[in-house]
Ligand binder design. Structure first.
Ligand code: CDP
Ligand code: MG
Length: 136
């Protein structure tokens, strides 16, 4: 292992609602990302607003926070070689219509907002996001 990392994945409400949790977690584990910890939770809109603070100036921010708090989610710590980018590659583009074949968003995403999964976009953000959900 040259660059063992952890990253945060969230299975979003649209995917939990369709019982896709195990299928999505299989994609991670089959691609050498280990599930180090996970839990099913539902967060408040205030918590979603805190989590997605980097997007507060975006036009979609309010709807995004309403959506992420609208139903149960599963938060997952993934660990593996270059886990941050490996997870982003498995997820595919933000807009499922633009996502590459066989990516999670291409397979399961419904729309740019209901795109089934979240993944940290950098090592620094991964550390913050893991701390946000797994405080210990
Ligand atoms: O999730 P990802 O890092 O690929 O995209 P982002 O640019 O960080 O946006 C965060 C989330 O906001 C996306 O996953 C979408 O759920 C949502 N979003 C949206 O609803 N409309 C957009 N035009 C862009 C993003
Ligand atoms: Mg992002």
């Amino acid at each position: 292992m040259n660059n063992l990392e952890q990253t945060l994945s969230i299975i979003k409400p649209d995917a939990v609602e369709r019982n896709l949790n195990e299928k999505i977690k299989d994609i991670f584990t089959k691609n050498n990302l280990k599930i180090k910890d996970s839990k099913k939770i539902q967060i408040t809109k205030d918590e979603a607003a805190e989590f997605y603070k980097v997007h507060q100036s975006k036009p979609f921010y309010n709807d995004l926070c309403t959506y992420l708090s609208s139903g149960p989610i599963e938060v997952i710590i993934l660990e593996g070689e270059n886990a941050v980018i490996a997870n982003r590659n498995l997820m595919g583009a933000t807009d499922p219509k633009k996502a590459e074949d066989n990516t999670i968003r291409k397979l399961y995403g419904i729309s740019i907002d209901k795109n089934s999964v979240h993944g940290s976009d950098s090592n620094e953000n991964a550390k913050k996001e893991i701390k946000f959900f797994f405080k210990n």
